[in-house]
Structures are given as structure tokens and as C-alpha cells.
Design a protein around this ligand. Structure first.
Ligand SMILES: [Zn+2]
Length: 389
């Protein structure tokens, strides 16, 4: 197997043995040896082993590829007019999802696939080497099955989100829709998915409905995750903890009881800074979470309604500027935190045996990701050991 040594790395974020004064497990003047798809060695450049190829990083910073653990990339249509209206003062509500449902149902497989692949490429160019992708804009058995099947073409982290919103045709009998989700829709989607998710929120699904759906998914071998406390406080976070969900996402409105429950669990709280940015909601206090001992992740929640960014650096910048994370904590949350939210130990770290998913920044430090918002700082990207950018 051929080897590549990347040496002259000024600041290497390994996320190995992170501590409160250095959440990133930093190694200065470092080198990384890639062998095939994996990392074979990490250490000081002065001690680096020989390799077939050598790349000089010229003092730049390297971080693990971003792990974006929350996205909705299979959809049709455009909601820029809704965004424009919202910026002019209109409130965000969960019902806007239905307009994307209509556009998605009428799109061809080829249209959805081309768009999906375009988003994955766009993410890769910005340093995202792993992305979780949810269904949730089909809301019929056939359309949800199509969404998870297309998502499975581009990622192994596929989430069945038939319970994204109650579709218009079931508006008067939501429990019948829950029966459909737990029955034939789940049966059709489970073979393509690893995860099951529910939008547990006023205007979407109740706690009781969410519990039924997640239980049904677990019985089919899927693992639970949850959207909760985005639009107001609720019991969703505690449900996620009770069910041992890998992650509960949003957490814009958290009570003290929510924070305590998260801190006593291994459920990750995934922050979605693009959502608060794009909906003008208040930012959650991530400092409070870290100080309480909660594991946090950062994800983009790329979707046409509430957060149409695919940029992890942009979300890191917001988390630092408006949510109270340090740059190191934010980078850790966007890499190792995302990996934890997907229960993966082979990504989000730079260590021997991990997948060689690496990002070389056009900057001397990861701090620049927050310090230089909006600037394209991703210089090179390796995915599974292959240079893709
Ligand atoms: Zn979402």
C-alpha cells in the first residue's frame, strides 16, 4: 500500500486526549502519515517515518474533515421568497416544509440525484468529509423510500425522517399518518437507513407520537435521534435522553432540566447555528452546555427552509461569535462532536487507525475559521486517504 507523508503542519488538531484548556489535542510542528484509506502515524515532524510521497504543509494548520451530522439534502424547489419575507419580518413556522414536499414529490429521480450530488461536492470543497442525510420531504411510502435510497448512494449515514411534518392530506388525522410512518413507510425505508428521526415540536409531532415512531424504528434495527426544542421549550430533549438517542438537535430553547438530563447522558446536543442565523431566532447558550459537561456537536442542517448553508466554517464562526464557544471548542464540536453524534470512532480525529479524512487550511491556525468568517480557508481535502481537493 502506498504511503503519503504530510509534514510541516504548523498546528495539528488531533482531538486525541482533549482537555478543557485544549479541546483539540494540538500537536505543533507535526506530520501525518497516510497509508491507503487510513492514518498510519501522527507525531512531531522531526520524528516522521519515510514515505512514498511527501507533501509540505508549509506551516499551515490541519484539522480532521468536518463531520456534518445533520442535513436534509434530498429535495426539490426553492424557498428564497420565504427567506426574503422572513427577513422582512415574517416568523418561521414548521408548516413551510410542506411547500418543499410538493416540489420534491414532483421532481424526477435524476433531478434529485443531481442536486444531492452537487450539495455533497459543495460540502467536500468546504472540508466536510462525512455528512448525515435525512429524508423527510417525500412523506409518502414511495417518496420517502426514494429519498433514503438516493441518500444511501452518497453516504452511509442515512436517516429516515418520515416524521418531518404531517403532510397536508393528513392534516385532520395526524395519528393515521403516524400509523403509516410506523408501518409501511418504515418497512420500505429501514433497509436503506441507519437512523430514525422525528421533528418533535409544536406544529409537527407530539412527544407521544415521537416516542411511538422512534420505538418502531428501534424495533426495526434503526438508531434514534431527534429534532427538539427548536421553536420553544418542550419535553423532546428528555425523551431523546430517555431513549438513549445518539443526538438531539437544535436545542434553541433548553430548560435547566434539559441541560441536567443531557449532562448525565451520552446523548449529544447538536447545535445548528445556521438555523438561528437564517430564522432570526435567539442563539442558544452553548457555553452553558459545555460548562455543564454536555457533549456538543455543530452541524449545518442544510435545508431549503430554515438553514440553506452547507458551510461548517460559517457555522463555527457563528458558534464562536454568538453561542459562546471558544474557537477550539467549536472546531472540536464540528469534527469529533459530529462523530460522537453519529456514534463513530473512526472519523473526527487524527490518530493511527482512523480514516484519513483531513483538511489543510490556508491559515496558520484553526482560529482563523472563526476569525476570518466567510473566507474560503479550506486549501486541500483528503477523504479516505485520497486527495479530493
Ligand atoms: Zn433538521
Amino acid at each position: 500500500m502506498s504511503t503519503t507523508l504530510i509534514t510541516g503542519i504548523g498546528e495539528l488538531t488531533t482531538n486525541v486526549d482533549p482537555g478543557s484548556d485544549d479541546p483539540c489535542g494540538t500537536v505543533l510542528d507535526a506530520a501525518v502519515l497516510i497509508e491507503g484509506e487510513r492514518i498510519a502515524w501522527v507525531g512531531p515532524a522531526a520524528d516522521a517515518p519515510r514515505a512514498d510521497d511527501v507533501i509540505d504543509a508549509a506551516g499551515r494548520a490541519m484539522i480532521p474533515g468536518f463531520v456534518d451530522s445533520h442535513s436534509h439534502l434530498v429535495f426539490g424547489g426553492d424557498r428564497s421568497a420565504e427567506f426574503e419575507a422572513r427577513m422582512a419580518g415574517q416568523r418561521y413556522a414548521a408548516g413551510g416544509i410542506r411547500s418543499t414536499v410538493a416540489a420534491t414529490r414532483s421532481a424526477s429521480d435524476a433531478e434529485l440525484r443531481a442536486r444531492l450530488r452537487g450539495f455533497v461536492d459543495e460540502m467536500l470543497a468546504q472540508g466536510t468529509t462525512t455528512v448525515e442525510i435525512k429524508s423527510g420531504y417525500g412523506l409518502t411510502v414511495a417518496d420517502e423510500e426514494r429519498a433514503v435510497r438516493l441518500a444511501a448512494e452518497v453516504t452511509s449515514e442515512v436517516t429516515f425522517l418520515g416524521a418531518h411534518v404531517v403532510p397536508a392530506e393528513y392534516a385532520e388525522n395526524a395519528d393515521d399518518y403516524v400509523d403509516l410512518v410506523c408501518g409501511p413507510m418504515l418497512a420500505a425505508c429501514a433497509p436503506h437507513a441507519r437512523w430514525i428521526d422525528v421533528f418533535c415540536e409544536t406544529g409537527a409531532f407530539t412527544v407521544a407520537q415521537s416516542r411511538r415512531i422512534l420505538d418502531a424504528g428501534v424495533a426495526r434495527g434503526l438508531r434514534p435521534r431527534l429534532h427538539a426544542s427548536q421553536l420553544g421549550p418542550g419535553e423532546g430533549v428528555r425523551l431523546a435522553v430517555e431513549l438513549g438517542a445518539a443526538s438531539v438537535d437544535h436545542g434553541t430553547y433548553l430548560t435547566d432540566a434539559d441541560v441536567a438530563a443531557l449532562a448525565a447522558s451520552d446523548t449529544v446536543l447538536t447545535l445548528l447555528p445556521g438555523v438561528e442565523f437564517s430564522t432570526r431566532q435567539p442563539y442558544p447558550d452553548a457555553r452553558r452546555l459545555i460548562d455543564a459537561g454536555v457533549t456538543v456537536a455543530i452541524a449545518c442542517d442544510t435545508n431549503p427552509g430554515s438553514s440553506f448553508t452547507s458551510s461548517m466554517p460559517f457555522c463555527i464562526a457563528i458558534a464562536v461569535r454568538d453561542m459562546g464557544l471558544t474557537p477550539g471548542e467549536a472546531v472540536h464540536a464540528a469534527t469529533a462532536g459530529g462523530a460522537r453524534a453519529l456514534r463513530r470512532d473512526d472519523i473526527g480525529i487524527i490518530a493511527p487507525g482512523a480514516r484519513a479524512d483531513l483538511v489543510l487550511l490556508r491559515a496558520p491556525s484553526r482560529v482563523h475559521l472563526a476569525y476570518r468568517p466567510g473566507v474560503p480557508l479550506v486549501q486541500r481535502v483528503w477523504k479516505d486517504g485520497a486527495a479530493v481537493r
